[in-house]
Design a binder for this molecule. Structure first.
Ligand code: BEZ
Length: 190
């Protein structure tokens, strides 16, 4: 197996990780912005959750004055959310905790792989008690807010476009994401 974790230095003895490797489930930007080391990655599914653009972004895709909208996971008993599970070294979480601040916390949940195997994994999600929470809105209202927002990581619309393109490439159907993309197309025709 290829080791994509190139943070180890050959010939230099490093202190052992106090924690074992762990699976991290990605459902949003972690699907297309893979700027962290990983050991293995596999298509994975979580049951009882769905993606929603209900979290505000003050620090990546918007500002405190004009927050963007980014994804979180919402409990939905009859739904499932497809994504990618990355097996990472525990220390990589420290890097990702910094990238994914602004209301997100890590939670542990069961993952299903396409060969029927299961594992426990971590994911980042923002719950409604965080200060950046925005909550539900129509696809048209969400698209309008996304169109008007830009932050240090770039225009909010790029986040939506990259996500939708990645989901299509992975053949993942997500009615919520694609409805918002259609509204964005309507607001800014090519
Ligand atoms: C993800 O792609 O899994 C993700 C979504 C929101 C915040 C952090 C990570």
């Amino acid at each position: 197996m290829i080791d994509h974790d190139d943070t180890t230095v050959p010939g230099v003895s490093q202190s052992a990780d106090p924690l074992p490797d762990t699976w991290l489930f990605g459902y949003g930007s972690l699907l297309y912005k893979v700027d962290f080391p990983w050991l293995e990655r596999r298509a994975a599914r979580i049951h009882g959750w769905q993606r929603r653009f209900w979290q505000g972004s003050h620090d990546h895709r918007g500002t405190p004055e004009s927050p963007g909208r980014v994804l979180t996971l919402i409990e939905a008993p009859d739904q499932a959310c497809d994504g990618i599970a990355y097996r990472i070294r525990a220390r990589t979480l420290r890097q990702l905790d910094i990238r994914e601040k602004n209301g997100y916390q890590r939670f542990e949940l069961p993952l299903w792989f396409d060969d029927g195997q299961r594992a426990s994994g971590l994911t980042y999600l923002a719950r409604k008690d965080n200060e950046a929470w925005l909550g539900p809105a129509s696809p048209a209202a969400i698209a309008e807010q996304i169109l008007g927002a830009r932050g240090p990581s770039g225009p909010n619309r790029d986040y939506l476009r990259q996500l939708a393109a990645t989901l299509r490439r992975m053949r993942i159907e997500d009615a919520h994401v694609f409805a918002i993309e259609r509204e964005l197309d309507r607001l800014m025709p090519a």
